[in-house]
Design a protein. Structure first.
Length: 317
């Protein structure tokens, strides 16, 4: 059978062809925060965008890696990046999570998780778990423990397919920030053995068939990531020009317009450098999901300087 025939057989025959993959940044190409950390014990979003680490007592290194030029055995040539999660001291339920905004997007029935991976397996194999989270003010979280499949990693890339049976949401109350999320990594074993997961091509789609990974234009993928996290780094180029700076009460203001509207009004952190006075992020009407104001107060003269050299906006689930 030709490769074209195989591809055609695996494409969905009903429903939309685009937007099948509910995972954002499944090809691991966007890493706004940093491309590598080491000796980490805390959980959170650390390197590759939208990939949350549930540390659960483990110690790990994590990095965005580049696929070898010319390709690697078992991995389609369209992939250029992958996430390496290197656990040096394991612990139970140390996993990589992915959170999908709006729990209703993964409805009752079968959902299919697929991904490419290589590495060394955790004790008892690479394990999966999933949850329905109904948000703040909603029904209690529901764990989906029916995923009994485990897989064994090798030094060669393989594509793994994991079906997930999604429970009914009938009678549930939806709150703010509802989401569906799944975990990949160490299961209930309390082994402290080291393990490494190299992963890319992460895809979750409704239905029982795993279709080919959905590649999106780089700018589309980046914009989707920036709905949840945005990082701006300046090199002294965003100067805040003086207003009323001829006395000790002089002040300067800057307004930053974000490239996309974020999921909700984010937590802003600004890097402000100035020769005097006080500074920070404005509050109230001066902040929102697409705009933020920053200030420096108490500039005593026009010769004093003030500039913004960094900004982060975090609206992650």
């Amino acid at each position: 059978m030709s490769n074209a025939r195989k591809l055609a057989d695996n494409l969905p025959s009903i429903g939309q062809l685009a937007g099948r993959n509910l995972v954002i940044n499944g090809n691991m190409t966007v890493a706004q925060r940093t491309t590598g950390i080491s000796g980490e014990t805390a959980g959170g979003y650390k390197t590759v965008d939208r990939m949350y680490t549930n540390a659960s007592g483990a110690t790990y290194n994590q990095s965005q890696e580049t696929v070898t030029v010319g390709g690697e055995t078992g991995l389609p040539t369209q992939f250029t990046k992958y996430l390496r999660h290197n656990v040096t001291t394991g612990n139970n339920w140390s996993q990589i999570y992915h959170k999908i905004e709006d729990v209703s997007l993964v409805p009752e029935g079968t959902a299919t998780l697929s991904f490419y991976a290589k590495g060394t397996s955790p004790n008892a194999g690479l394990t999966f778990y999933a949850w329905q989270n109904f948000g703040s003010g909603g029904s209690g979280e529901v764990g989906i423990s029916s995923i009994t499949q485990t897989v064994t990693l090798t030094s060669t890339w393989q594509r793994f397919i994991v079906p997930i049976t999604i429970p009914s949401m009938a009678g549930k109350t939806m709150g703010t920030g509802s989401h569906f999320y799944f975990g990949i990594g160490q299961g209930g074993s309390t082994s402290t053995n080291a393990w490494t997961l190299d992963i890319t091509g992460l895809q979750l789609e409704t239905g029982s068939k795993a279709t080919p990974f959905e590649h999106e234009p780089a700018e589309v993928n980046l914009a989707k990531c920036q709905r949840y996290y945005y990082k701006l780094t300046y090199n002294k180029t965003s100067w805040m020009y003086p207003i009323n700076t001829n006395n000790a009460n002089g002040y300067r203001r800057g307004t930053i317009h974000l490239p996309v509207t974020m999921r909700t009004t984010p937590t802003y952190t600004a890097g402000l450098v100035h020769s005097g006075g006080t500074s920070g992020v404005d509050g109230g009407v001066w902040v929102g999901p697409d705009t933020v104001g920053v200030y420096v107060n108490g500039i005593s003269g026009e010769s004093d300087y003030a500039y913004l050299n960094a900004l982060t906006a975090d609206a992650e689930l």
